[in-house]
Design a protein around this ligand. Structure first.
Ligand code: NIG
Ligand code: FE
Length: 422
C-alpha cells in the first residue's frame, strides 16, 4: 500500500524550528530560536520535511491525505536532530587509566610525553582490522543517536601513516552506509608527529604519500573525506607545516577544518584568515586578532567544552566570539580523552562553563554545527525540504534538553523520517 506522506508529527507542544532561511547565525541572532507553539509537521516519502505549521491549520490542510505513520506529540516537543561538529569515533584501545592520571594532576602533555594519549590509541588502532574498528564504532554511533545526534563530523587521525589513515576513512565510509547516523568525514593524518620522524618529515609524508593515496581511493569511491584537519600545537604541527598540509588538502577540494589554539596560542585564527578556513576547533587560547580574522572569513569556531572540562583548562572566549560575529558551533570532541557522546550534555557545559545562553547553545548544536561542515542547506533546522531528522522530547518546553543534562527525556529520535531510537 502506498501513502501520500511518510510521517505526521501531530500536535506538538513546540516545534523548535531554530532558524528560518539562513545558512547560519551570528551575534545577537544566535539568541533567537524560532518556535511554533502547538504545531504539526509532515514528512514526505523521501524523508524530507514537506510542511509544518499551526496544528489546527495543518489538520485542515491535510485532512484528505494518508500517512504511513502518525506520532502523537501532545505535551512533547520536536527539535531538529543534533549535529556534532567534531568527533574522533574510530579507535581501539582503552584509556580509562589516563583519567586517573589526569585526576591526580597530570596534564594532557604529561600523558602524551609518557607515551600515552594519542600515541597509545595509535598503537592499538594500527593493529586493529577494518572490521574490528567498524564493530567498535557502531555501538558508539548507537549511543550518539540515543542522545539525539543524527549527523556527525568524524575524523581519522589514529594512524599517522598511509595504511591506517585510509583504513579509518574506509571504516567511516562503510559506517555511513550501514548506520542511521550520517557522517561527514575528515582526514586528520596530521594529528601528531609519528615516533621516529621530525614534523618536517611527517609533513612530507602527508603531502607526498598520504594525500595522493587519499585522492586515489576517493576517486575509486572507497572513501569520502570532505575536510582536512591538522593539530596545530607546540610539539605537534606548527604554523608553517600546518599551512602546507592544509593548502595541499585544499587543492584536492577538501575543506579546511583544523584543531588550533588549544593548549598554546598558535595564531590559528590568523591562519584561518589566510587560508579562508571553514572551521577551527578548540580555541581556548585564541587571540583578539584571531577572532576578528575568523569573523571576517567567516570561519566557524567549533567549541568543545568537554575538553576544557576534562583537562581543567580555561574555556574558550565564547562570549567574545559571539560579540565579534564569529559563527560559533559545538561538538562533543568524542575521543578516548573526552569520552562524551552526548550533545545535550555538551550544550549544558557550554551554558554553565562558557556562559552561552540556552538559545545560543541550541543554535550552535544545530544550524551552526551543520554549517561548520557545510550541511546547513539540508540539516540543522525544521524547514521545508530539509532532512526529517528529529529529537522528540517528553517535556512541555524544549529547554529541558539542556536543563536535564545527562539523561534528558528523549522519547524518540527520527532519522530521515524513520524511527532510529525509541
Ligand atoms: O580534539 N587535541 C587533539 N585531539 C583530540 C584528542 C585526541 C586524543 O587525546 O586521543 C582532541 O581533543
Ligand atoms: Fe579533536
Amino acid at each position: 500500500m502506498s501513502f501520500d506522506y511518510k510521517l505526521k508529527l501531530k500536535d506538538a507542544a513546540q516545534l523548535v524550528v531554530v532558524s528560518k532561511g539562513k545558512p547560519y547565525k551570528i551575534g545577537k541572532d544566535m539568541s533567537e530560536v524560532e518556535i511554533i507553539e502547538n504545531g504539526t509537521l509532515i514528512v514526505d516519502n523521501n524523508g524530507n520535511i514537506a510542511d509544518l505549521g499551526n496544528a489546527s491549520e495543518m489538520e485542515e490542510k491535510y485532512k484528505s491525505f494518508t500517512f504511513e505513520k502518525v506520532i502523537d506529540c501532545k505535551n512533547r516537543v520536536v527539535l531538529p536532530g543534533f549535529v556534532d561538529a567534531h568527533t574522533h569515533p574510530v579507535f581501539s584501545g582503552d584509556r580509562v587509566h589516563e583519567f586517573a592520571m589526569k585526576l591526580a594532576g597530570a596534564t594532557y602533555l604529561d600523558v602524551h610525553k609518557a607515551g600515552g594519549g594519542i600515541q597509545f590509541t595509535i598503537s592499538h588502532t594500527r593493529q586493529s582490522s577494518e572490521q574490528e574498528l567498524l564493530e567498535l564504532l557502531k555501538p558508539r554511533l548507537d549511543r550518539m543517536v540515543k542522545s539525539g545526534t543524527t549527523l556527525i563530523e568524524a575524523k581519522s587521525g589514529y594512524g599517522l601513516e598511509k595504511e591506517t589513515e585510509m583504513k579509518m576513512l574506509k571504516v567511516l565510509h562503510t559506517a555511513a552506509k550501514e548506520h542511521s547516523v550520517e557522517i561527514v568525514s575528515t582526514y586528520l593524518g596530521g594529528h601528531a608527529v609519528p615516533k621516529g620522524l621530525t614534523a618536517a618529515e611527517a609533513t612530507d609524508d602527508i603531502v607526498n604519500v598520504q594525500l595522493p593515496e587519499l585522492k586515489r581511493l576517493r576517486d575509486l569511491g572507497e572513501i569520502s573525506p570532505s575536510n582536512i584537519d591538522v593539530f596545530l600545537e607546540k610539539g605537534f604541527y606548527e604554523y608553517d607545516d600546518t599551512k602546507r598540509i592544509l593548502e595541499e588538502g585544499q587543492k584536492l577540494g577538501l575543506e579546511i577544518n583544523f584543531h588550533g589554539d588549544e593548549l598554546s596560542f598558535m595564531r590559528s585564527g590568523e591562519l584561518a584568515g589566510e587560508l579562508k578556513a571553514r572551521a577551527i576547533s578548540h580555541l581556548e587560547k585564541v587571540s583578539e586578532e584571531g577572532m576578528k580574522a575568523m569573523a571576517q572569513v567567516p570561519t566557524f569556531g567549533v567549541l568543545l567544552p568537554t575538553t576544557a572540562y576534562i583537562l581543567r583548562l580555561e574555556c574558550p572566549p565564547a562570549r567574545r566570539m559571539i560579540e565579534l560575529g564569529v559563527p560559533v558551533a559545538l561538538g562533543s570532541d568524542f575521543n578516548p580523552n573526552a569520552h562524551c557522546l552526548s550533545m545535550p550534555f555538551v550544550m549544558n557545559l557550554a551554558c554553565v562553563l562558557m556562559k552561552m545562553n540556552m538559545n545560543e547553545a541550541l543554535v550552535a548544536a544545530t544550524i551552526n554545527s551543520a554549517a561548520s561542515i557545510n550541511r546547513s542547506s539540508t540539516h540543522g533546522s525544521l524547514e521545508v525540504g530539509k532532512c526529517a531528522d528529529f529529537v522528540i522530547l517528553n517535556a512541555p518546553k524544549w529547554e529541558h534538553i539542556i536543563y536535564q543534562m545527562c539523561d534528558p527525556p528523549i522519547s524518540l529520535v527520527i532519522k530521515k523520517g524513520n524511527v532510529a531510537f525509541e
